[in-house]
Design a protein around this ligand. Structure first.
Ligand code: SF4
Length: 99
């Protein structure tokens, strides 16, 4: 089960860590909440073992039972680059331009 989340994390990093848009995230959480596979005490999926509040934030993530709507990575299909801010903090930069 931890392997699933680890593989999911690598896929997410490989695509440039695209975040799930808020409306899409809310829809995923709504679907998980109504799913018989959700463990409500921990909000983990019993199919993949992943913590859904975190997994649903990753646009590359998918439902193991294909209950989530299909998603397109990035609004234009472009990868999102992670750049370092002035103080060494990582920031999402959807344009890929240097800050
Ligand atoms: S990820 Fe899919 S299978 Fe798992 S709880 Fe959510 S809707 Fe159900």
């Amino acid at each position: 089960m931890i392997k699933n989340y680890t593989v999911d994390t690598w896929d997410y990093i490989a695509e440039g860590c695209p975040p799930t848009p808020k409306n899409e995230y809310d829809k995923r959480i709504e679907i998980c909440n109504a799913c018989p596979s959700i463990i409500h005490e921990t909000f983990k999926c019993s199919e993949c073992g992943c913590p859904m509040a975190k997994k649903a934030k990753r646009q590359t993530a998918t439902c193991p039972l294909n209950k989530w709507p299909k998603t397109v990575i990035g609004s234009t299909g472009k990868k999102i680059q992670i750049t370092r801010g002035e103080k060494g903090k990582e920031t999402n930069n959807p344009t890929g331009n240097k800050a």
